[in-house]
Design a protein around this ligand. Structure first.
Ligand SMILES: Cc1cc2nc3c(=O)[nH]c(=O)nc-3n(C[C@H](O)[C@H](O)[C@H](O)COP(=O)(O)OP(=O)(O)OC[C@H]3O[C@@H](n4cnc5c(N)ncnc54)[C@H](O)[C@@H]3O)c2cc1C
Length: 218
């Protein structure tokens, strides 16, 4: 990973920032989705949410070959990927000092369309593994026809920053005697009870990967 670039130098609250690749990797891996920001052919900005996976210092995204976003990014234009994990609502004794706890990453770069079949397999397996670890081994492989309908892009994670806020609100000292409750309400993604697809043979229960996903997130 490159050292800090002009684009990735944190100006506001730089003490919350990090360019450490282990920190950046952990934030990316913890988030179920990312957002891809780019400028469309008409010059207008677009930000689109999508699933991602990280392999080493490469971020993979995938989608339909018809995806406007993936086709535009495959032209090699600039992309900014943002990744956000929301950890809590920070309730100060005033609105001004209220905030959120989070772990986020921003990646700047250009995407490369993946055409090597082995790398496509690697990326698609990583995306399934990122979403539900172990699920790939329980499913059939994608067919050649399915793969022909799928586009995979790779974004190098070499110009990136993380920003992390944790802990209490930073109240204005003048508010410390205020009678209002202040603190943090933690937030986390939690699974509900799995809902079998309509018509599923009732003798088929959740597979080990689904059981593990539920146990892991609870
Ligand atoms: C869930 C959430 C809620 C937030 N709510 C607010 C809010 O309400 N108001 C507010 O002002 N800010 C909020 N932030 C922080 C916000 O993301 C910016 O960090 C902050 O506003 C400074 O913006 P800036 O354009 O001045 O960044 P600068 O410090 O100028 O950005 C320079 C560079 O620092 C890095 N950087 C900046 N922010 C981030 C980040 N979040 N993650 C990773 N790298 C980063 C990037 O490389 C960026 O190009 C929130 C962040 C998160 C994740």
């Amino acid at each position: 990973m490159d050292p800090v670039s002009d684009r990735t130098r944190l100006r506001r609250e730089p003490e919350r920032g990090s360019h450490d690749s282990a920190v950046i990797r952990a934030v990316i891996d913890a988030a179920p989705i990312c957002h891809l920001g780019y400028v469309d052919r008409d010059g207008r900005p677009v930000v689109i949410p999508t699933i991602h996976a990280r392999v080493g210092d490469t971020l993979y995204v995938h989608g339909s070959v018809a995806s406007r976003t993936l086709r535009r990014l495959a032209e090699g234009i600039d992309v900014c990927v943002t990744i956000t994990n929301l950890d809590g609502i920070v309730l100060a004794r005033s609105a001004f000092w209220s905030s959120m706890n989070y772990r986020s990453v921003m990646i700047f770069g250009t995407a490369r369309e993946v055409t090597d079949p082995a790398e496509i397999d690697l990326a698609l397996d990583a995306i399934v593994e990122h979403t539900v670890p172990g699920r790939g081994a329980e499913l059939r492989r994608s067919t050649p026809a399915e793969l022909r309908q799928t586009k995979v892009l790779a974004v190098p994670i070499d110009e990136a920053s993380a920003k992390i806020r944790a802990g209490d609100p930073n109240d204005d000292p003048a508010d410390l005697d205020s009678p209002v409750w202040a603190g943090v309400v933690p937030l986390a993604l939690r699974p509900g009870e799995p809902i079998p697809v309509a018509g599923l043979d009732p003798s088929i229960g959740p597979s080990p990967s689904v059981e593990a996903l539920i146990a892991d997130l609870r």
